[in-house]
Design a protein around this ligand. Structure first.
Ligand code: S3P
Length: 425
């Protein structure tokens, strides 16, 4: 599907509620499927990735019913084999976390994915799981994964990567392993798994960048999913660069391991205010007021920032094009292993509309402030976050742009355009 985006002549005003967090939604289905008894998941994501998790756990025997459009009733505690391969679609989180759960079951399973997921590296999870005693066949480190259920033993794993998917995979395997399973990462990645495990009564201990679990039974719970800051990021960026904008984004998860975008906005001098701080099912939450900021300035982003904003880097590149001076992103080479090579594809497409951006091996450099030309067709490369970042760029381009493959937004954020329309009335 090709989407035309024109320069927004009006301002973004009013109030929206951001849809549920994808990472938390995946974990809610998985942990509720492990907990014996009835859990309720409120405010579950409508994105295709979370539907993949839901379908996989149904195939693995979990009884999951919708009580309403966003509320699930999950009767868990009894995983059974699926006699057909479980398809994880486009979702790396589904495949990597589910592999951790399946490695220690008493049955065998096969996990498959779409074309893009089948190209993404799985050796990062196969390696620690194998050290725990798992038996996994792959196609040269890629899906499909054939997982032979085995008894697992805990390990002390020092991860070379700060990846919440790898960390969560190992911790979920550790829930069903003998002894202690410890995972240490170079910098802190999102800790939704740790928080939810604690919330559901697991034997878990977190000490900075080291986290340990022991074999645990989880207690069923009511889990309310906070709004997704990665979805809010597109509105934050748009609000800062579309002249005269001033609006509130309600119910945004502000877990400190996810708020790198807010730190970058602060460094750039952007006006985002945190209102109504609260805690929902063990997760920090707030409303955000975003205001157009005329004098944004470029900044450096790297090191421990990266896992805290990894998914926001494409839209940060758009924001940086409207900030005075240089924005330098480093230490982000894992962006090349996302739904697309998010360094090469981003740079190639944004250059078409006049963004002054260069690729580096582990990030990119943007020089602003640039009047974006537009008048071009941009490719999404089957990547939902590129599609939405280009839409935001289109709002400030002089001429209309076309975005080819805009339907990929449905992977994480089917409500994306509807919410933009609500703010631009
Ligand atoms: C996610 C972790 C991140 C992120 C992805 C969701 C998660 O991936 O990019 O969109 O839910 O754990 P990595 O762990 O590979 O960095």
């Amino acid at each position: 599907m090709i989407k035309n985006v024109k320069q927004l002549k009006s301002q973004l005003k009013g109030e929206i509620t951001i849809p549920p967090d994808k990472s938390i939604s995946h974990r809610a289905v998985m942990l509720a499927s492990l907990a014996k008894g009835k859990s309720i998941v409120k405010n579950f994501s409508t994105g295709a990735d979370c539907k993949s998790t839901l379908e996989v756990f149904k195939m693995l025997g979990t009884d999951i019913k919708f009580q309403s459009a966003n509320t699930l009733e999950i009767n868990g505690g009894n995983l059974t084999p699926s006699f057909t391969p479980c398809c994880c679609g486009n979702s790396g989180t589904t495949m990597r976390l589910t592999a951790g759960i399946l490695a220690g079951q008493k049955f065998d399973s096969v996990l498959t994915g779409d074309e893009s997921l089948s190209k993404r590296p799985m050796s990062r999870i196969i390696k620690p799981l194998t050290l725990m005693g798992a038996l996994i066949d792959s196609v040269d480190g890629h899906a499909p994964l054939t997982i032979r259920g085995k008894s697992l033993a805990g390990i002390d794993y020092i991860s070379p990567l700060a990846s919440a998917q790898v960390k969560s995979c190992v911790l979920l395997a550790g829930l069903n392993a003998s002894g202690v399973t410890t995972f240490e990462e170079p910098s802190l990645s999102r800790d939704h798994t740790e928080r939810m495990l604690k919330y559901m009564g697991a034997d878990i201990n977190v000490e900075g960048k080291r986290v340990s679990v022991r074999k645990s039974e989880l207690a069923p719970k009511i889990i309310e999913v906070a709004g997704d800051i990665s979805s809010a990021a597109f509105f934050i960026a748009a609000g800062l660069i579309v002249k005269g904008s001033d609006f509130v984004i309600k119910n945004v998860g502000i877990n400190p391991a996810r708020t790198g975008i807010l730190d970058v906005v602060k460094r750039m001098g952007g006006e985002v205010e945190i209102l109504n701080y609260r805690v929902v099912s063990g997760e920090d939450c707030a409303d955000l007021r975003v205001r157009y900021t005329e004098n944004l300035k470029g900044c450096s982003i790297g090191g421990e920032d990266i896992p805290r904003l990894i998914d926001e880097l494409p839209v940060i590149a758009v924001l940086a094009s409207q900030a005075e001076g240089e924005t330098f992103v480093s230490d982000a080479s894992d962006l090349r292993n996302k739904e697309s090579d998010r360094i090469t594809c981003l740079v190639k497409e944004l250059r078409k509309i006049g963004v002054d951006i260069d690729e580096t091996p582990d990030g990119f450099i943007v020089r602003g402030k640039t009047l974006l030309t537009g008048g071009e067709e941009l490719e999404t490369h089957h990547d939902h976050r590129l599609a939405m970042s280009f839409y935001v760029a289109g709002l400030v381009c002089r001429e209309e742009i076309l975005i080819n493959g805009f339907e990929w937004t449905n992977i994480s954020f089917p409500e994306f355009e509807e919410l933009f329309a609500k703010l631009s009335l």
